[in-house]
Design a protein around this ligand. Structure first.
Ligand code: FAD
Length: 427
């Protein structure tokens, strides 16, 4: 029986564990640095192509119970003019919804399913992968550090397959690509947080607004509670002169709202006031906008990468976690169909890497959000008629270009998952 080790219990690693288990693999261990799964970050939008894969894993009902099915996305000019309204998810004819979901709900749903289906020992917290080397024949040797309070111990394991799902600063990626260094920064800072507020002040759509410098993304991610309140996710982006006081790649850095609130005064879009949303937040987190250079290869022998470890991209177009989920299913599919692990990993990489490279590059060109820049460039002071600034045909072309890059156009998604595998006897 093959032993598959997954480094990292984030969205990618946990989804891969569930997908591999569904494909008949039984000996799977997820090692996670954090002692407890304690998701930081605010909310996520998961696109229908990934929701389809989560549905195939039997998780949709539970996820929907703590999320919002987003039906509309609106782009606004910084001056208030509506650039476009796009139907999303079920509203756009997909067979699966687009989910706006608290990160904690998604990650804890996945972690709970891993423990229930694979057994309590399948997800081991407090264990960090420190080093990986390839043995003759391609099998990985993995060095692990176990932390228990102040105590540290070390171990070395030789699983049959190693999957690096350890995020943007992946140790597994570093072992495959020595000398790569820190994730490159594009000079923008992102602030994000969660606000609890009355549902009728939160809008019923996902809002993306701004100009060629500042941007705001706001959307509700829970249904109204008994007191009529919802959780609203927000993220702001702005260029920073220097990163002197920011920690690269650390999205858990708390900063006072006063640091940026004044930049968004007067930002109000069809009843959603950005300052009001921000004022309702307890805390804000700062994050430098970083990604990773596309790699020439993700795989070496029996080791490969998934999720941000493979293709971290700018948080534009709701694709980082979305594609990490698809990776997990694609990997399990390849491993189920190809008994030779090295061949399976190569097949997975050939399926996913070219498309993810294009998506990383598309996000460097601002992805679908480029419509805001175009509108601002052509009409810096605002507009009376959007058709004269950025016509519907041009907007539709941009949306279609990006949907094709991410393989989430409705026609492709509605064909059903290409990653379903017949359930096999345990391996
Ligand atoms: C502001 C912002 C907004 C975003 N919005 C969206 C969105 O709307 N939709 C979307 O799809 N995506 C979004 N993303 C991207 C998304 O958050 C990531 O793409 C996604 O979390 C990647 O998941 P992952 O499991 O690959 O990595 P991570 O979530 O980073 O998980 C990696 C895990 O590995 C663990 N780990 C790290 N190193 C080691 C090690 N050496 N050994 C063992 N464990 C280790 C970590 O503790 C962590 O738990 C956003 C990102 C940002 C910054």
């Amino acid at each position: 029986m093959s032993h598959i080790m997954i480094a990292g219990g984030g969205i990618a690693g946990l989804t891969a564990a569930l997908a591999l288990h569904r494909a008949g693999f039984e000996k799977i261990t997820v090692v996670e640095t954090a002692r407890e799964i304690d998701p930081v970050g605010a909310g996520l939008n998961i696109m229908p192509n990934a929701v389809r894969e989560l549905d195939a894993l039997g998780l949709l009902d539970r996820l929907e119970a703590g999320a919002v099915c987003t039906r509309e996305l609106r782009y606004y000019h910084r001056g208030g003019g509506l650039i476009s309204r796009e139907p999303r998810g079920l509203g756009a004819g997909y067979h699966w919804p687009q989910l706006s979901v608290p990160r904690a709900h998604l990650q804890l749903t996945l972690a709970d399913a891993v423990r229930r289906r694979l057994g309590p020992g399948a997800l081991v917290g407090g264990v960090r992968v420190t080093c990986v080397e390839a043995l003759p024949g391609g099998r990985p040797r993995v060095q692990l550090e176990h932390r228990d309070g102040e105590r540290r111990s070390h171990a070395s394991l030789e699983p049959d397959v190693l999957i690096g799902a350890d995020g943007i600063r992946s140790a597994v990626r570093a072992a495959l690509n020595p000398g790569e260094g820190e994730p490159p920064w594009n000079g923008m800072l992102v602030w994000r947080g969660v606000s609890r507020m009355a549902a009728d002040r939160a809008g019923t759509f996902m809002l993306v607004a701004g100009d060629d410098r500042r941007k705001a993304v706001v959307y509700p991610m829970t249904e109204p509670d008994a007191s009529g309140e919802v959780l609203v996710n927000w993220a702001l982006a702005m260029p920073a002169a220097s990163l002197a006081d920011a920690t690269r790649g650390d999205w858990n850095r708390e900063v006072p709202l006063a640091k940026f609130l004044h930049h968004y005064e007067g930002w109000e879009f069809d009843g959603v006031s950005v300052p009001e949303v921000l004022a309702a937040a307890d805390t804000a987190f700062e994050y430098p906008m970083v990604d990773r250079e596309p790699l020439e290869r993700w795989t070496c022998g029996r080791t490969t990468l998934i999720g941000d470890a493979a293709h971290a991209m700018y948080p534009i177009g709701s694709n980082g976690a979305t594609q990490s989920i698809v990776d997990g299913r694609a990997l399990a599919h390849a491993m189920a169909l190809h008994p030779d692990p090295a061949e399976a990993l190569a097949v997975y990489e050939a399926d996913r890497r070219p498309a993810m490279t294009e998506l990383q590059q598309a996000n460097r060109r601002l992805g679908p959000e480029v419509v805001i820049d175009i509108a601002h460039r052509r009409a810096p002071g605002g507009f009376a008629d959007v058709e004269k600034v950025i016509p519907a045909a041009e907007r539709a072309e941009i949306a279609a270009w990006y949907a094709e890059k991410g393989a989430f156009d409705p026609k492709t998604v509605n064909l059903g998952s290409p990653y379903d595998v017949p359930v096999r006897s345990p391996r």
